[in-house]
Design a protein around this ligand. Structure first.
Ligand code: PGA
Length: 256
């Protein structure tokens, strides 16, 4: 059995700053009709905005679709106005959380030391971290993608030889996010293979084979099958296309 077969596919919808709690409930009503027919072997999660977590969580409670968060505060508690802690997310039934999405790296100046803290807070409350990495267009054109990905992996440095529990990676080249310009399956597969070699250097080849690496950046129902056919692509982090039930569920179906 090859490594790929050992890793259950994972598809996560990242709603970003879309859908109010009421709109999330409307999505759920439509989704619940089709979700019983989704392939059981594909793990599915949806990451709504913080205010919509509770409502969506209640709707998904009796399904196998997991609730995910888009972010978490790096501290456990305290005077951090606007902050949302890992324990608060856990209390709402959140099972996975994104860390280091490129929009947060760029707009909120989040760097590896902060992202490392966020991963720690999640692991403490048993939420599975989905650590996002990826190079910009300028970095790729300058041939720097390998160096950039290696430096982003530094957020895992302090974990020693044992990977954070439940860890997945999401490779999201910044030039492919929201641009309609998905990486080709071959480019994505090569980046995933590189990331898996970084994981193997840190955590050993066996652990590296267990960790899922998702691709993200303009994934659609049309591009998903080609991406999922690649050996190293274990699923997808889907932005725009996750806002529509037919589009999102079609991507989930193609991950089987
Ligand atoms: P996109 O976003 O699918 O809209 O490109 C992906 C992401 O940023 O997670």
């Amino acid at each position: 059995m090859n490594g790929r077969k050992r890793r259950a596919p994972l598809v996560i919808g990242n709603w970003k700053m879309h859908k109010s709690p009421r709109e999330a409930a409307a999505f759920a009503a439509e989704y619940l009709v089709v979700s019983p027919d989704l392939p059981e072997e594909v793990n599915v999660a949806i990451a709504p905005s913080f205010p919509a977590l509770e409502r969506l969580g209640r709707s998904l409670a009796f399904t196998s679709t997991l609730l995910a968060a888009q972010d978490v505060h790096p501290e456990s508690r305290g005077a951090f106005t606007g902050g949302v802690s890992a324990a608060m997310l856990s209390d709402l039934g959140v099972a996975l959380a994104l860390v280091g999405h490129s929009e947060r790296r760029r707009l909120c100046h989040e760097d590896e030391p902060i992202l490392e803290q966020k991963i720690r807070r999640l692991v403490e409350v048993r939420i599975a971290p989905v650590y996002c990495v990826g190079e910009t267009l300028a970095e790729r054109e300058a041939g720097l993608e390998e160096r950039v990905l290696a430096s982003q992996m530094a957020a895992l440095d302090s974990f020693g030889q044992v990977p954070p529990s439940g860890l997945s990676l999401a490779y999201e080249p910044v030039w492919a996010i929201g641009t309609g310009r998905s990486a080709t399956p071959e480019i994505a597969n090569a980046a995933h293979a590189l990331l898996r070699s970084f994981l193997a250097e840190r955590f050993g080849p066996e652990s590296a084979e267990e960790i899922r690496i998702l691709y993200g950046g303009s994934v659609t129902a049309e591009t998903a099958p080609g991406l999922f056919a690649q050996e190293q692509i274990d699923g997808a982090l889907v932005g725009g296309a996750s806002l529509s039930v037919p589009e999102f569920t079609s991507i989930v179906r193609s991950a089987r």
